[in-house]
Write a protein that binds this ligand. Structure first.
Ligand SMILES: [Zn+2]
Length: 64
């Protein structure tokens, strides 16, 4: 999970451990989020995802 490797707080660690347990529901969310981040990276502004982007990603992943 290269994408989640950029996340280092406690919440993302718990999420990684959860994903490592093979939860298909959350793995699907990660793939969707990764695609979203990729599309955002194609936007006009040449900026890398910052803390806010990571927070948004986590919120997306954890949304029920
Ligand atoms: Zn899950």
């Amino acid at each position: 999970m290269f994408l989640l490797g950029t996340l280092s707080d406690e919440g993302s660690r718990e999420l990684r451990e959860h994903l490592n347990q093979g939860c298909e529901h959350c793995v699907a969310r990660v793939k969707e989020a990764a695609r979203t981040v990729y599309l955002l990276s194609l936007s006009a502004r040449p900026v890398s995802p910052g803390p806010k982007a990571k927070a948004d990603l986590l919120r997306l992943l954890l949304k029920k």
